[in-house]
Design a protein around this ligand. Structure first.
Ligand SMILES: *Cc1c(COP(=O)(O)O)cnc(C)c1O
Length: 406
C-alpha cells in the first residue's frame, strides 16, 4: 500500500463508507417543505429525500400514527398476523390493478420481489427457462446485485463481479428493439413509467400501451417500477394510469412510507399465485411501525381532491419553471416531467445549478442527462412555489454559461 502522508480530510476521518459526496448541511428538523439546519438556516426542500417525503417533514398525521404505534408494538415476525399489513394491503389492492401485496423495507427489495415473482410465475407454469427481463437504457432499479444488473449502468456494475444474468437492455422507448429482444427465454418487461434517476424521462403513453400489447401477445409479464413516480407524484396515484394500462407486477417504495422505510411488490392474482409458502420472505418487511405510517400516508393521498391538487400544483410550478427557463436560456435548455416530478435540462453542469440553488437555500436533486430534479412534497401550495421560483431565479442569475466548467 502506498504511504499517504497528506493530512486526513474530514471525510477520511469519518467512520462511514465514503460512498456519498455529502453536502456540509446537517439537517436537524423539518417542517412541511422546510428543513432547518442546526445553525438555524432554513432550506426549502424540493428534493424530498429524493422523492420520499411526499407529505413533507413532520406531518402531524404521520407523527401521530408512528408514535401511537410505537407505544404498542414495533416488531413481530411475519409468522404472525399483522393487522396493519392486511389493512394497507387491502387499500393498495382496492386502489390499483393488484390482487396481492408483499411488503419490503426498500425499493430495491421491492424490485427483487418483482423479479422473483416474474421468474417464478413462468417456472411454476413449466417454463423455468423463461427468466429474462427486457429493461431500458437509463433505467435505475436499485443497488442490490440483481437490481444493478437490471439497471444495466456500467458505473454501478463495474468491480462487483459477474453481472447477475437475465437482463436484456434496449434503448429507451424503442418499440422495435423490444420486439426484437423478445425470445424463448423472455419472462417479461421491466420499466419505470417515468425514469427518475435517468433524468425525468416520461415513457410516452403510446409506448406503455405498446408494451402492454406485446406482453399480452407473447405471454410476458409487464413489470413496472413506480418507486419514484408512484404515490401521487405525477398527479395520479400511479404514473401508468395516465396511459390507461395496468401492469402484472409493480414495485413501489419511497413515497408510500412518507420517510419511513417501506416498499411493496404488488401483483395480480395470476402473477402472484406461484409465490407460495417459503418462496420469499423478509424479517422486517411489513412491520407494524411501517404499516402504521403507510396507512397514514394513504389516508391523505387517497383523500378526495388530493391528487387533483397535485396535478394542478404541478402545472403551476411547471409554468413558473418555463418562465424561468425562458429568462435563463444560457443555463436551462428545457423543462420536463409531470405533476410534481419535474426536471430542468441544463446547459451548464447540473451540479453547478444545484450548488447555486443550495446557496440560495433551495434543495434540488441531480439526475442523468444533465437534469436537475424538483421533487417537492405533494402538499406544497402557491407560497412555496413562489418562494422556490424566486430562489431558483436568483441562483441561475449567479451562474452564466461562461463560468461553466465545460
Ligand atoms: C430509488 C429507486 C429505487 C431503489 O430504491 P431503494 O429504496 O434505494 O432501494 C428503485 N427504482 C427506482 C425507480 C427508484 O427511484
Amino acid at each position: 500500500m502506498p504511504q499517504n502522508t497528506a493530512p486526513k480530510t474530514a471525510a477520511e476521518h469519518s467512520p462511514l463508507y465514503q460512498t456519498y459526496l455529502r453536502a456540509e448541511i446537517a439537517p436537524e428538523r423539518g417542517e412541511g417543505a422546510w428543513i432547518i439546519a442546526a445553525d438555524g438556516t432554513r432550506y426549502l426542500d424540493f428534493m424530498g429525500g429524493i422523492a420520499v417525503n411526499v407529505l413533507g417533514h413532520a406531518h402531524p398525521h404521520l407523527v401521530e400514527a408512528l408514535t401511537a404505534q410505537a407505544q404498542k408494538l414495533w416488531h413481530v415476525s411475519n409468522l404472525f398476523q399483522i393487522p396493519g399489513q392486511a389493512k394497507l394491503g387491502e387499500r393498495l389492492v382496492a386502489a390499483t390493478f393488484a390482487d396481492k401485496v408483499f411488503f419490503t423495507n426498500s425499493g430495491a427489495e421491492a424490485v427483487e420481489c418483482a423479479i422473483k415473482t416474474a421468474r417464478h410465475y413462468h417456472a411454476e407454469a413449466g417454463a423455468p427457462e423463461r427468466y429474462r427481463l427486457i429493461t431500458f437504457e437509463g433505467a435505475f432499479h436499485g443497488r442490490t446485485l440483481a437490481t444493478i444488473a437490471a439497471g444495466g449502468q456500467d458505473k454501478y456494475l463495474e468491480g462487483f463481479g459477474p453481472k447477475v444474468e437475465g437482463f436484456d437492455q434496449v434503448p429507451f422507448a424503442d418499440h422495435e428493439a423490444v420486439k426484437a429482444a423478445i425470445g424463448p427465454q423472455t419472462a417479461g418487461i421491466l420499466i419505470e413509467p417515468v425514469q427518475g434517476e435517468g433524468g425525468i424521462r416520461a415513457v410516452p403513453n403510446q409506448c406503455l400501451q405498446g408494451l402492454r400489447d406485446l406482453c399480452d401477445e407473447h405471454g410476458l409479464l409487464l413489470v413496472l417500477d413506480e418507486i419514484q413516480c408512484g404515490i401521487g407524484r405525477t398527479g395520479k396515484l400511479f404514473a401508468h394510469e395516465w396511459a390507461g394500462i395496468t401492469p402484472d407486477i409493480m414495485a413501489i417504495a419511497k413515497g408510500i412510507g412518507g420517510g419511513f422505510p417501506l416498499g411493496a411488490c404488488l401483483a395480480t392474482e395470476a402473477a402472484a399465485a406461484s409465490m407460495t409458502v417459503g418462496s420469499h420472505g423478509s424479517t422486517f418487511g411489513g412491520n407494524p411501525l411501517a404499516m402504521a405510517v403507510g396507512n397514514a400516508v394513504l389516508d391523505i393521498v387517497l383523500a378526495e381532491d388530493f391528487l387533483d391538487h397535485v396535478a394542478q400544483t404541478g402545472l403551476r410550478l411547471k409554468q413558473k419553471l418555463a418562465a424561468i427557463a425562458d429568462a435563463h436560456r444560457d443555463t436551462i435548455e428545457d423543462v420536463r416531467g409531470l405533476g410534481l416530478m419535474l426536471g430542468l435540462k441544463c446547459r451548464v453542469p447540473n451540479g453547478d445549478v444545484i450548488a447555486a440553488a443550495r446557496a440560495q437555500g433551495l434543495l434540488l436533486a441531480a439526475a442523468g442527462e444533465n437534469v436537475v430534479r424538483l421533487l417537492p412534497p405533494l402538499i406544497i401550495g402557491d407560497e412555496e412555489i413562489a418562494e422556490a421560483a424566486t430562489r431558483l431565479d436568483r441562483a441561475l442569475t449567479t451562474l452564466t454559461r461562461s463560468d461553466a466548467a465545460e
